[in-house]
Design a protein around this ligand. Structure first.
Ligand SMILES: C[S@@+](CC[C@H](N)C(=O)[O-])C[C@H]1O[C@@H](n2cnc3c(N)ncnc32)[C@H](O)[C@@H]1O
Length: 212
């Protein structure tokens, strides 16, 4: 007997075949809401490295990219950040609002590939954890340019993606599409510069910080 392919991979393949790099996320969230699929990334707790890193927000503005069910956004709001959190999947945004009905987070449906213009250089903290890598590589330059564009002068961008250098790429099945060091470093554009780049989780992921 063969093991069934996970729903995320099946939906991603169909979506990508139609030239749509993000449509499968909404499909996966709605299937998960019906109990018919699992969200491989749903943890119901904040990302551990973010929780270890985060400093008090003191009212400064944070943007959480690909906010999924809201755990990272809520963690930052509790730490005093004025948080905007966005996801391309409207069902994810609705789920986050439902999970945290008294939240101060501004949850927004938006696309990293075509973000609101008013977000340009508008945030003191950008949190990008495992989202850009969830789109095929052709979309990476546009996604990375959006990330760099969000960062206000003096702010910090955190970027975490799967590290290609420590993966068996010959046998790798996407999604996700892992990053090289050069991919991570490419966030340093348009006045943004790299501050630190390390591997975490036994070399499985990059953890990088940037400022402008
Ligand atoms: C692999 S999950 C990671 C979720 C979360 N950041 C985490 O660390 O667990 C990718 C998330 O990014 C969202 N996403 C994918 N492409 C996006 C895009 N172009 N714009 C906004 N959100 C996107 C998906 O809907 C999904 O919630």
């Amino acid at each position: 007997m063969t093991t069934p392919e996970p729903a995320d991979r099946v939906l991603a393949r169909a979506s990508l075949a139609q030239g749509n790099p993000t449509g499968w996320f909404e499909q996966l969230y709605t299937a998960a809401a019906r109990g018919e699929a699992e969200l491989p990334w749903a943890r119901n707790v904040p990302n551990v490295e973010l929780a270890a890193w985060a400093s008090p927000g003191e009212g400064r503005r944070a943007l959480v990219v690909g906010s999924a069910l809201g755990d990272d956004a809520e963690f930052l709001a509790t730490a005093g950040w004025a948080v905007t959190a966005f996801d391309v999947a409207s069902t994810a945004i609705e789920a986050a609002r439902t999970r945290f009905p008294t939240s101060t987070v501004d949850y927004v449906v938006a696309d990293l590939l075509n973000p609101p213009g008013e977000w340009r250089q508008a945030f003191d903290l950008i949190v990008e954890i495992m989202n850009v890598q969830a789109m095929p590589r052709d979309f990476r330059p546009a996604a990375v340019a959006s990330l760099a564009g969000f960062l206000a002068p003096g702010g910090t961008a955190l970027v975490c993606e799967v590290a290609e250098e420590n993966m068996d790429m010959e046998n790798w099945q996407s999604p996700p599409w892992p990053f090289s060091r050069a991919d991570i470093e490419s966030v340093a554009q348009d006045g943004v510069r790299l501050v630190s780049l390390e591997t975490i989780r036994g070399g499985a992921r990059y953890w990088a910080t940037f400022t402008r």
